[in-house]
Design a protein around this ligand. Sequence first.
Ligand SMILES: [Zn+2]
Length: 375
Amino acid sequence: MFISTAFDSGNIEVIRADRPDDIRLNIRKDHASDFYQWFHFKLLSTAEIEHRLVIENASGSAYPKGWEGYQAFASYDRDTWFRVPTSFDGTAVTIEFTPEQESVFLAYFVPYSWERHLDLVQWAQQSAWVEQKVVGTTLDGRDMNVLVIGEPSEEKRSIWITARQHPGETMAEWFVEGLLEHLLNEDEPVARQLLEQCVFYVVPNMNPDGSVRGHLRTNAAGVNLNREWATPSVEKSPEVFHVLNMMDEVGVDMYLDIHGDENIPYNFIAGAEGIPSYDERHAQLEAKFRAAYLQATAEFQTTYGYDKDEPGKANLTVASNAVAERFRCLAFTVEMPFKDNDDLPDPYQQWSDVRSQQLGRDTLRAILAVVPTLR
Ligand SMILES: [Zn+2]
């Protein structure tokens, strides 16, 4: 039996792997941090016999409640992923299944590799509407890619979308892939209407180093980028530093920051109700976007989500709050589930890469509805 993590976003530590019915594992912590929950590894063993894999340190992970009702993903070809029976006893997570082939990959959610990211950026720039920008480099030396979509002009609204500040939330980049496919489709009327009125600035991956390192939440320095937006630095958080610089250059009229939530089995958004400048106009804009989002897709709901911030009590180190305050603009954190959307459960796949892509597409229609009122 062989277990390997020596690839893009690999993460697991083997405690014991001498018998298929009692494989013992730990998830490795993010470098220079205590966060962990993302796992991704290859198992080479014997097909057609029952395997039992126990992640012993699950209860010490960043979101222990995230394991309740959670099912792990598996794939034979690294293209099609399916859920496998998984349980949590309050201490350890146990995955029990019978592989049909001798080698299988397992992951916390459908991985989105750095290679796929590079493919996405190169594919996007084939469009006459797209300009690719590199705004800086990460601590490990990777590009910070921003796609500029549409011809910039004074009259047009600047719509910013960032994804994967938290690298283990791979659904965020699947969401962006779906959104881009729709936005760059010349036969898609919603896209054409949007690009007549807006320029999109899209960062498909805000945390390349954390992604490749197999982190849940932090970059190469062990920093949670979504707590860096008040005072980003080249030393600790160049990813945020460079993107915020470009935001200052071109402006922001609307911002969506795309995430995944370990606990809550719904799609939801978090607004900026706690920022100092929040006023009636901002509240009405937020309400308009929520209503448009409900119209755009049955995957969205407004019943479940995070508790609202008290007036003036927003955490201004968080991207969507910081951007809403700095640019006096509409800004949301968008959250998708790791588990399922309990409003529309799918027992086979639960929440998936494909559904994340579809939500990305449908989000464009909700954006279109608020564009005329953004300024
Ligand atoms: Zn997140």
